[in-house]
Design a protein around this ligand. Structure first.
Ligand code: COA
Length: 241
């Protein structure tokens, strides 16, 4: 757009350094407490270690999710494509206050869960993926990110939506989540219904979810050998879903 200036100006051109534009494109980050890392014993006895993804792991994660999003069943394609964009959004700093959790079994990437903070109170759940099936890994990954929101970040509400039957069944039904009136409230993932958990409902009911679904809870006192075994993320040799 161009308009003539309404007054004489001493400088007709103003040059911007992109470093001056970047603060406008990147939302100022909130000071989020980190996810401390936790482990849980799966029903088959394997240990799933859930930690924050490291920024330098993003290219490898993108490469693998690029393969997963070609899978045309159980909505791995649409969820994979969106997860790809979200990992890239985190990597390129185009998401407001994201958190990115990976679940690892002996260093191998088995589960994914992410979200972002709308503000101090509302945590927006983005996506969860089981990269290995049958171990209820996805169920636990989702629980871990909700635990992070309510127990570590002190959030008051959790907003989710569902793009797959398995997701809706696991958490919409599995956690008996109510939804806000639609279309008045729309989740940022495609404008679908907002399913929610309040802190009160979390404390009263949902906090027990992991125990009910895998018979164990998250353990934050993680032995050094478990941390060490999962320090370096490796992607599975092939797509396993
Ligand atoms: C939704 C999701 C994260 C749930 O993961 P999960 O809790 O680990 O559960 P799975 O989907 O692997 O399995 C669901 C059920 O089907 C069974 N199952 C499905 N596929 C299976 C397979 N290939 N091998 C073994 N079991 C399988 C599981 O045993 C499980 O049954 P259970 O409840 O008796 O244990 C996972 O289905 C997923 O990643 N889907 C694609 C992405 C997606 O939809 N994300 C959520 C968006 S809303």
């Amino acid at each position: 757009m161009r308009l003539e200036p309404p007054e004489k100006v001493s400088r007709e051109q103003i040059t911007l350094d992109v470093r001056e534009i970047e603060p406008l494109l990147q939302a100022p980050a909130m000071d989020l407490k980190p996810w401390p890392g936790a482990m849980i014993t799966l029903k088959d006895g394997r240990t799933l270690y859930i930690r924050e993804a490291k920024m330098e792991e993003a290219p490898m994660m993108l490469d693998y999710v690029g393969q997963v999003m070609k899978v045309e069943h159980d909505f791995y394609d649409i969820v994979g494509a969106r997860v790809y964009a979200e990992i890239l959004g985190w990597y390129r700093k185009r998401l407001k206050d994201p958190y990115t959790l990976v679940g690892l079994i002996d260093g191998v990437w088995a589960g994914f869960a992410n979200g972002r903070l709308k503000n101090e109170d509302i945590n927006i759940s983005l996506h969860t993926m089981a990269l290995m099936r049958g171990g209820r890994i996805g169920a636990v990954m989702y629980y871990a990110k909700a635990y992070y929101g309510f127990e570590i970040l002190g959030n008051q509400e959790w907003w989710a939506t569902y793009e797959s039957y398995n997701g809706w069944w696991r958490w919409g039904i599995g956690m008996a989540q109510p939804s806000y009136p639609w279309p008045e409230y729309q989740h940022e993932l495609g404008g679908a219904r907002v399913y929610y958990i309040t802190k009160k409902y979390w404390d009263a009911v949902v906090k027990d979810y992991a125990r009910q679904i895998v018979g164990a809870d998250l353990a934050f006192d993680v032995p050094d050998e478990v941390v060490k075994a999962n320090e370096v993320l490796r992607v599975p040799d092939e797509v396993l879903v």
